[in-house]
Ligand binder design. Sequence first.
Ligand SMILES: Cc1ncc(COP(=O)(O)O)c(C=O)c1O
Length: 456
Amino acid sequence: MKETTKYLLDESRIPRFWYNIQADFKTPAPPVLHPGTGEPIGPQDLAPLFPMELIKQEVSQERWIEIPEEVRDVLRLWRPSPLYRARRLEKALGTPARIYYKYEGVSPAGSHKPNTAVAQVYYNKQEGVARIATETGAGQWGSALAMACAFFGLQCKVYMVKVSYQQKPYRRIMMETWGAQVVPSPSPDTQSGKKVLEGDPDSPGSLGIAISEAVEDAATRDDTKYSLGSVLNHVLMHQTVIGLEAKKQLEKADDEADVVIACAGGGSNFAGLSFPFAADKLTGKRKKLRIIAVEPSACPSLTKGRYVYDFGDTVGLTPLVKMHTLGHGFVPAPLHAGGLRYHGMAPLVCKLYDEGVIEAVAVPQLATFQAALQFARTEGIIPAPESAHAIKVAIDEAQRAKEEGKKRVIVFNLSGHGNFDLGAYEAYLGGKLEDYEYPAEKIAEALRGLPQVKST
Ligand SMILES: Cc1ncc(COP(=O)(O)O)c(C=O)c1O
């Protein structure tokens, strides 16, 4: 019998509940603070930005939260996503390791982002919201939200980080095809954008700046709410369908993960794959399991950032959250992995990192693209530059297994395809891509601008 390459689940096995990792924390997550008073915020403080159902999910301590049937109906378009055994890559590496990847690029928008976009738009629709404003880095999140808004009949405005807007015209066209309005950020449409442009008319933009614009847009219009594609607790929870499915698929393969790997920009695909596995660590079932978050060395928030309270955006409009941060004023180099250019990291991921439940590594851009090519030339799929960070570390782990002669089981998240990132591949193939030095001075400067908070 031929050996299985794709582990597939029937549609009926799309998870019925999201997993909320907060239920398994021994100590509660640090509270979110009001930027003015420094006191913990309440649901009403967030109400101008988010529908109440999502605010409730943000603070819920329930272990399992039911996925509405209307949301599962949409997820059915591409879920359950396949879990692949990377047999051809294993062979090329000559490793005794067994490598699996969960492929989220099968969604119509090409990444894991629709898993939460659909849920978020659904709850907004339930509350009668007519329009949603958001930011996008690589364009994957904007595409996901534009598509979800099209499904539920909401208007969508996307502030797209300028460097990505220029590098990826096709991502913009996708969003427009699904009916969204897209502007390059910083834009003159908001006070936040204008302020940045006054300081630097050529600003490449950053996720932090684009978040400021989208938050301001939502806060100043009655018909509009804000939607974030990562970082927040509810977003991470919506992504846990990835890990819940992957665990069932590994059972089908009669295997158990030793190492779980995902890239981390704001932390959502990492959390999506790894939190259901982290549950086994937190509850003492699988103490030896390793979970690794991978970030770019040019924007190393987990490995080099400080674990303190900071703003989620650049201008300072959002509440303060405790996270590993490079400082909200930090503008990363124009890396091709646009979705990993964020100054902070999801607070839930940071808490696990701080407690030693997960590990983190930072990898440079060129080695990441080299891994992406090796993957594309063996497994076929051209990975998103963000996802390639996970591939790089999966390959490193497989090579280590070879040196140690260990049959390690490696599972990583292939969070998206790179079919709209060919400009980056062209630059790499043409020898035009460079590694960025660790931006020590810029980070030190940004860290000097951290807000003063009593409780840190
Ligand atoms: C394909 C892909 N992977 C990963 C990321 C990083 O985001 P997160 O850390 O929230 O998964 C992005 C962000 O845009 C993305 O497009």
